[in-house]
Each structure stands twice: as structure tokens, then as C-alpha cells.
Design a protein around this ligand. Structure first.
Ligand SMILES: Nc1ncnc2c1ncn2[C@@H]1O[C@H](COP(=O)(O)OP(=O)(O)OP(=O)(O)O)[C@@H](O)[C@H]1O
Length: 276
């Protein structure tokens, strides 16, 4: 494609995906309050439902992604509907409006783990880190028990509100063991440039939980002036039990965790030890 045609396409895409303004009525029912954020195949708004007056997160399939965007949102809808946990946003509605699909789910107020670490500069020691990860593990076990893997357990997808922890964004979730299908939503996925995807196995979510713990533990790390970057094992001064736990989660141990329950048992034991 020539440079001019490419620029024109980019311009059309940006125009098609331009966020809708506050006050816009969607499907005769939801009034847009503000944009929450944009993902690779969707735009998410905070909306007020005129039927019950409540706020909801309303995700729109990206107009420029056309059928592929709609298929991916449809997949997210089916997976979210399969969940039934008070700390996973419930799927409330699914509609078609103006060429896009729209998914309404509970709007979770609070702060993401990303905001808490990077904006609020919260520092997580081993005990706090374990407390958070154990709350998350309960939700991850629920997802697995429903036959799915989340595949996107990252700090922006974990919301904390007081003592409660919520898990959002099932946009990359898959059925455990699901095969890549060259005609279904996965084929569509290839066309929308999502980040490299993890295989649909439980160990992918365990690995992500290990990474998430590293993010929390790094909040306490202060780089020494002039010192070269080292591996997390050298930079983070974690206890031997915690080191073993992380290595097993991250698959860097001869016996990686096979399931979440094993990990939870060990994490609880370490946590109990730290309370003494
Ligand atoms: N149920 C919800 N309650 C509150 N905020 C939400 C909810 N769902 C999504 N958000 C917020 O909306 C923004 C966009 O989220 P969304 O999951 O649509 O896209 P993303 O994570 O940026 O991208 P992708 O879906 O491609 O991974 C994020 O800031 C997220 O915190």
C-alpha cells in the first residue's frame, strides 16, 4: 500500500474510533458519562443505566475492527457470563447498536494495583504481597473451575476497593485447552494485533501471578546509584520460602506448580509464618 493510502486509512480508523461524547444515549438505555479507556479491540465507557440509575462499564467493539471486533467482544461476553463470583464484574447486558456490539458489566470503583503502585507509591512487603495474591488466587480458582483461563492477570486488571479485590478484563480469556481455530474469533484475533498470547493452560495464569507478585515486591526496591541492573533474584531480597514460591510459579524450578490450590496452600503457610 502506498504511503498516502496508508495515511488515509489511519485517518479513517481514528475517525471511526473517536470516543463518543458524554451524554450520548446508547441503545436507548445507557448514557455515556466518560471514557474509561481504550483497548486493542474495544473502547470502554462508564455509563448510567436509565432503567435503574446505576453505573455500568460499557465496552464497545472498536468500530474500525468491524466483524473481528464484534466477534471478540462476543467471545468476552460468553466468558464473562460463565462467571459467577461477587468480585468478578457480572455481565448485565449485551446489545448491538450502530454497527458495534456493546457489553455492559458491573462498574467497579476503586484503584487498580497499577495506580496504587505507580501513582500512590504504595509499598508491598512480602506479607502485603501475599495478602493481595491470595485474594486474587481465589478469583483465579473460580475462573479455572468454570473451565477458563484469564491469560491477562496484570496489575491494571486488578482493582482494590478497601479490603476487596476485583478481577476485570476477560478480553484475552480462553477455554482451558482451547485449540486455535483458523475460522473463529481466534483468526479474528490475529487481525487486531493483540499482545503475544499465552497458551490456554493453567500454568499461564500461574506464571502471570508470579509476575504480578514481582511488580508488587519491586515497589519496595530502591535501585543503588551506579549499580547495573541485575536479575530480580539479586535485586529483591526475598526470604528463601518466598524465593521458592516465586520460582515455582514462574516455572523456574524443577517442580513448577501444577495447580492453583497447591500454590495457595504454600502461600498461606508463608503468610501465616509472617504473621507470627
Ligand atoms: N468493570 C469495570 N469497572 C471499572 N473499570 C473498568 C471495568 N472494565 C474495564 N475498566 C477500565 O476500563 C479501561 C479499559 O478497559 P478494557 O478492559 O476495555 O481495555 P484494556 O484493558 O485497555 O484493553 P484490552 O481489552 O485490549 O486488554 C481500563 O482502564 C479498565 O480499568
Amino acid at each position: 500500500m502506498g504511503l498516502v493510502a496508508e495515511r488515509l486509512r489511519g485517518f479513517i480508523r481514528a475517525w471511526q474510533d473517536y470516543p463518543l461524547p458524554e451524554g450520548k444515549l446508547i441503545g436507548g438505555r445507557y448514557i455515556i458519562q466518560h471514557l474509561l479507556g481504550e483497548g486493542s479491540y474495544g473502547l470502554t465507557y462508564c455509563c448510567r443505566d436509565t432503567a435503574d440509575g446505576e453505573l455500568y462499564a460499557l465496552k464497545q467493539s472498536r468500530p474500525s475492527k468491524k466483524g473481528a471486533g464484534r466477534m471478540l467482544l462476543e467471545k468476552e461476553y460468553r466468558i464473562l457470563k460463565a462467571m459467577d463470583h461477587p468480585r468478578i464484574p457480572a455481565c448485565r447486558d449485551y446489545l448491538e447498536f450502530k454497527g458495534s456490539n456493546w457489553l455492559a458489566s458491573d462498574y467497579i470503583t476503586g484503584k487498580t494495583l497499577e495506580d496504587l503502585i505507580f501513582d500512590d507509591k504504595l509499598v508491598y512487603g512480602e506479607r502485603d504481597c501475599l495478602e493481595v495474591i491470595l485474594k486474587l488466587a481465589e478469583l483465579v480458582i473460580h475462573v479455572h473451575s468454570r473451565g477458563y483461563v484469564h491469560l491477562d492477570l496484570r496489575i491494571p486488571n486488578v482493582i482494590l476497593r478497601e479490603e476487596d479485590l476485583y478481577l476485570i478484563d476477560f478480553g484475552l480469556a480462553k477455554r482451558i485447552g482451547e485449540q486455535e481455530d483458523s475460522s473463529g474469533p481466534d483468526a479474528a484475533l490475529q487481525t487486531v494485533m493483540l499482545p503475544e498470547r499465552m497458551p490456554p493452560v493453567i500454568s499461564s495464569d500461574l506464571y502471570d501471578m508470579g509476575q504480578l507478585m514481582l511488580f508488587m515486591l519491586y515497589s519496595a526496591y530502591e535501585p543503588e546509584r551506579g549499580k547495573q541492573e541485575r536479575s530480580w533474584r539479586e535485586e529483591l531480597k526475598v526470604s528463601p520460602d518466598m524465593l521458592m514460591l516465586l520460582n515455582r510459579l514462574l516455572g523456574e524450578h524443577a517442580e513448577p506448580y501444577a495447580d492453583t490450590a497447591d500454590f495457595v496452600r504454600d502461600a498461606e503457610a508463608i503468610h501465616q509464618g509472617l504473621l507470627k
